[in-house]
Design a protein. Structure first.
Lengths: 333, 403, 324
């Protein structure tokens, strides 16, 4: 599938949505919204470059840093914001929060906060599709740190052993909390090399070049769908904010480094804007209008979240700890 | 539009933070992103950036202040703008909690335990339960379990034997008697009266008073009191007035015994014993010597009504100089009431009986009422008690002296 | 009625459920061609093919994780973890994912997977191959935990477990695979979360799990000769627990002994003791006794194992203590 201009523009819009949402969620957090946010600001190009080439029936699994992944897949601002605000109108009825959003109608099967644990799950999902003989592809978003875990190893071992239709998307934002990946991975040129350990294809791409990501995705996803087997796709990007919003993000890295990744030659959104402007695919005015429109949508979503109720405790546990069975021992005494 | 600068939430558990240092002075110009101040939380030191370009307003909090998340610490103003009027949102002052008397508000009492507490005896739970149900004293049961533990079989055997041998076994006793649950009021009365009776050396002075004149005055005043207060004038109201006046002229009676010594009261407050459902309460009328008869009547009516409804406030049951207990309407001639602690005396009034008495050498029939004053002998002696009673008699027999 | 072994009963349950429902498939180490290290899955691969009897890499976290993932998209996997001692490697998957994904998704995801494993000692397998760890799973909300004690129970409960729409940890006992018992030819299932009275009695209630049920039955026979009548309750599912059947029994007898092969501290027995002390205190005529393994690693060798693991004599002693 060749990249046409409308696809590129869609990717740009999607990236702006992701970033606008994330920035607004952070602002709400500062005002007192509960919980953690592990922001994906800076890494939008990867999910936005991949999502246009997935079918509706394809599955995605993501991580605690998954807001952009799910918005790129079509998650609704209101329901995500309501979930962050622990309201019953959120995707998970407000019981899970930022790190575990699942939206089954979009085939977003969930997000896990134990680093790496989604990887064997993704293999399992892909196995299920294979056994059912569908042509669904499973996309598993994972981070640089997760490549150290046993779960990464076991998940990729299974995917390789059974030729499973999984695209493992390694969002290498370079920092595992406060540790740069080269601290333990210095022997490797890039993390895509880990694929060699399993005999599967490993691809490394500039994760802030949305077009490059999209070009790879457009070629590789159909191949996986046809039964080529699992692929490890690394997008090299950068985590602009700290590990979560309580981490100032400096101390283990310099302000200069952070600022350099915000520059127009590195930041994925600015880069794609330049491309669109240069190729007359967008005007500055249009761009500003997009901002206004996103702002309004986000205002609505915050309003929606604030006006929604929290789920009643009894309802929170009804038919949700077990399927078809009451939760028992609902008395603390 | 002034832009708020708030204390931001940095991590999920944060509820407040300390401002370490302002890096921008009031009135200085700033850009969006300029660092305004540093903030210390439990986990990190954070630089807080300006949300907008403009001029930094007056600092609404100072370095060293601990501020809650979300509170406004300054504004970014544009030319000509001012800080918005702070809305005073002070919470209403804490309501004064009426000080509760210790016992009167406790939960309903538990049934009286008439058996020995069995928790020092080694017995299995079911053995204890059977013993409780049958009112068996476990100290009389022999245990055959390990280390003498009483088992179910032991209690059952005891019951068997007991039934056979004794006529008046406690099981049967249980059928003849009925245990009544104690209300908290009854418990309170029991405790206080026991305390008073046991620790206060009571002695009693009685006078017989001719209440004929008083009756006449009552009849005369009844109408006008009723017009003023819409309530009926009673003898109690008159007695309150009389006793108050008597306390006024015998101030030495207005005292209390405390652990730190004898205390003289500054006010004259009179308590009246009121019968309520299954018990007794003593509402106290305050500053009765300063009140007119009409005011006393109204006061008394309201307090008694509230007493009967159980709605007296704690301070309406405290602070009496003495209590009046009138059992005349129950046909009692003479009573020796127990002092209501911490008061130093209590006046018991019996019924009025038409009796022959000697007046100026002749026998006449007069209405005679016995007044008994119980006195705490630690504080008061016979002389002052007698003087006080004589004042009461004087005023009762010559009511016009009340004017 | 015919007699088959516990192992055969489990195998029959797997076969019948795989025939009945195409979405049921097996995965585990050496379960296919080799037939499983305890030969439970022998020959199933011939009948159902390598796709439905999947030999996996040696990776417990991968096995359980894969099973969870497949169950999320409509399959009904039955994963085998060879020894419960190895399940420690898959705790993150079971405890943080299988048990919680439904709840975390706001009640939307359904995870109908079964993790089959086996526990227990008495075969000189040593400290890392003899443990009983059901209490760890029993502590986790969101899991169902089942321990069958007879071939009849094993078959009926496993069929129910596979049909159950929640994650089930199904714990067999390595010492019982060869045990024979009556199992009807006709199809039947046994409901989860319901206990079973294995023997009726009036003097003492013995609550026992897995192989301890067999020991308790032996002990009861011997005690009967001394005129002590023992009632044996086998909960079968420890989570959710059928409290009522235990409490009814204690109300009748007034005495309680709990037997399990797992170590005593923080074991299943503690849960039963606390529940009974809470809900039936006034019926107890003696302290509650737990018969369990010593709190030590299970040693190698018969003599030491006998010293450590609860046996028939221990149960008899405990029962007699409650009768004192």
């Amino acid at each position: 599938m060749k990249l046409n201009n409308s696809t590129i523009k869609d990717i740009y819009l999607m990236m702006k949505s992701c970033r606008a949402f994330e920035e607004r969620a952070i602002a709400e957090l500062r005002k007192g919204m509960p919980g953690f946010i592990h922001s994906s600001v800076g890494a939008e190009a990867i999910p936005c470059g991949i999502s246009p080439f997935l079918n509706k029936e394809d599955y995605i699994l993501t991580t605690h840093r998954g807001h952009s992944d799910i918005i790129a897949r079509g998650a609704n601002f209101k329901k995500v914001m309501a979930e962050l605000y622990a309201k019953e109108t959120g995707y998970c009825r407000g019981v899970s929060g930022s790190m575990h959003i699942a939206a089954l109608d979009l085939n977003i099967l969930g997000a896990t906060g134990i680093v790496g644990s989604g990887i064997p799950l993704a293999s399992g999902v892909a196995l299920g599709s294979k056994l059912k003989k569908t042509d669904q592809v499973t996309v598993c978003y994972l981070g640089d740190g997760s490549t150290c875990t046993g779960a990464f190893h076991e998940g990729l071992t299974f995917a390789a052993a059974f030729d499973l239709p999984v695209l493992f998307v390694l969002v290498n934002n370079q920092y595992e909390e406060s540790t740069h990946w080269t601290y333990w991975g210095g022997r490797l040129k890039n993390l895509a090399e880990r694929a060699n350990g399993y005999g599967i294809e490993g691809i490394s791409v500039d994760g802030n070049d949305a077009i490059a990501v999209a070009e790879v995705a457009s070629k590789i996803i159909p191949k996986i769908r046809k039964g080529k087997g699992p692929v490890l796709l690394e997008g090299v990007t950068y985590r602009i904010y700290g590990h979560h919003m309580g981490d100032p993000g400096v101390g283990y890295r310099t302000k200069e480094e952070i600022e350099s990744w915000k520059a127009p030659d590195k930041d994925p959104i600015k880069r794609l804007l330049n491309y669109l402007l240069k190729n007359n695919l967008i005007t500055e005015e249009e761009d500003k209008e997009i901002d206004v429109k996103l702002n309004d949508e986000l205002d609505d979503s915050v309003q929606f979240a604030l006006e929604s109720k929290e789920v009643e405790p009894e309802a929170a546990f009804a038919n949700s700890v077990y399927c078809g069975r009451d939760a028992f021992n609902l008395s603390k005494i | 539009m002034p832009v708020e600068v708030i204390l931001p939430k940095i991590d999920e558990a944060m509820t407040e933070g300390k401002i370490l240092e302002w890096l921008v002075k009031e009135g200085e110009e700033v850009e969006a992103g300029t660092i305004l101040f540093t903030l210390e939380t439990e986990k990190v030191t954070w630089e807080v950036e300006s949300p907008a370009a403009g001029i930094l307003s007056k600092h609404l909090a100072e370095a060293g202040d601990v501020i809650k998340v979300g509170e406004i610490v300054a504004y970014i103003l544009h030319a000509g703008e001012e800080i918005p009027q702070a809305k005073e949102d002070k919470t209403s002052g804490d309501q004064e909690r009426a000080q509760e008397t210790t016992d009167d508000r406790k939960d309903a009492g538990t049934p009286v335990r008439v058996m020995l507490p069995s928790n020092k005896i080694k017995a299995s739970p079911i053995a204890k339960k059977i013993a409780r149900d049958h009112h068996i004293d476990l100290t009389s049961v022999t245990g055959t379990g390990p280390e003498g533990r009483i088992k179910k079989i032991d209690v059952m055997n005891y019951l068997e034997r007991d039934k056979k041998t004794s006529e008046t076994s406690q099981g049967e006793e249980k059928q003849r008697t009925e245990y009544i649950e104690l209300s908290s009021m009854r418990k309170t009365i029991a405790r206080r009266m026991t305390e008073s009776f046991q620790s206060v050396p009571h002695f009693f002075l009685t006078v017989e008073i001719d209440t004929g004149e008083l009756k006449y005055v009552k009849e005369k005043l009844a109408r006008s009191i009723e017009d003023i207060t819409s309530r009926r004038l009673t003898y109690t109201d008159l007695f309150i007035k009389i006793v108050s006046k008597s306390v006024e002229s015998n101030p030495d009676i207005n005292v209390q015994w405390t652990d730190n010594g004898i205390v003289r009261l500054n006010e004259i407050n009179i308590g009246i014993a009121v019968n309520v459902d299954n018990g007794l309460v003593v509402p106290v009328l305050k500053e009765t010597s300063k009140k007119s008869l009409a005011e006393i009547t109204l006061d008394r009516f309201n307090l008694v009504e509230r007493a009967r409804e159980g709605k007296l406030l704690p301070n309406e049951m405290k602070g009496g100089s003495l209590t009046i207990s009138n059992l005349g309407m129950y046909g009692i001639d003479h009573l020796c009431p127990i002092i209501n602690p911490p008061e130093s005396c209590i006046l018991g009034i019996g019924q009025t009986v038409e009796r022959p008495v000697s007046q100026n050498g002749e026998i006449v029939i007069r209405p005679i009422t016995k007044f008994t004053l119980s006195i705490d002998h630690r504080v008061l002696d016979g002389a002052i008690g007698s003087r006080f009673l004589q004042s009461i008699r004087m005023l009762t027999e010559n009511p016009l002296l009340l004017i | 009625m015919r007699e088959i072994t516990y192992r055969e009963a489990v195998r029959e349950a797997l076969r019948e459920e795989m025939k009945r429902d195409e979405s049921v498939f097996l995965l585990g180490e050496d379960i296919g061609v080799f037939g499983g290290s305890y030969k439970v899955t022998l020959n199933l691969i011939d009948e159902f093919g390598a796709e439905r009897v999947l030999d996996t890499p040696l990776a417990e976290e991968g096995i359980v994780g894969t099973a969870i993932g497949a169950s999320m998209v409509g399959m009904r996997p039955v994963a085998e973890i060879m020894y419960i001692d190895f399940s420690t490697l898959s705790y993150d998957m079971t405890i943080n994912l299988a048990a919680k994904l439904r709840f975390m998704s706001g009640g939307k995801l359904k995870l109908p997977l079964v993790i089959r494993t086996q526990e227990g000692g008495g075969v000189s397998a040593g400290p890392q191959h003899s443990q009983c760890l059901e209490a760890i799973y029993g502590h986790i909300p969101g899991l169902i935990v089942v321990l069958p004690s007879t071939p009849y129970d094993a078959k009926g409960l496993l069929k129910s477990a596979i049909r159950e729409d929640n994650p089930v940890v199904f714990i067999e006992h390595k010492g019982m695979y060869g045990m024979k018992g009556n199992v009807p030819e006709e199809e039947y299932t046994i409901p989860l979360a319901k206990g079973d009275i294995k023997r009726e009695g009036t003097d003492v209630t013995v609550v026992a799990l897995s192989r301890s049920v067999i020991f308790a039955l032996e002990a009861a026979e011997k005690l009967q000769l001394e005129n002590i009548s023992v009632e044996i309750i086998d909960p079968m599912t420890i989570k959710p627990l059928d409290e009522d059947i235990i409490i009814e029994s204690v109300k009748k007898t007034g005495r309680l002994v709990i037997v399990h092969e797992a170590c005593k501290m923080y074991g299943f027995g503690a849960e039963i003791a606390a529940t009974v002390a809470d809900k039936a205190l006034d019926y107890l005529d003696a302290p509650i006794k737990r018969v369990a393994a010593l709190d030590v690693p299970i040693p190698f060798g018969m003599r030491l194992e006998n010293f450590v693991l609860p046996n028939v004599e221990d149960i008899i002693k405990a029962v007699k203590q409650t009768m004192l």
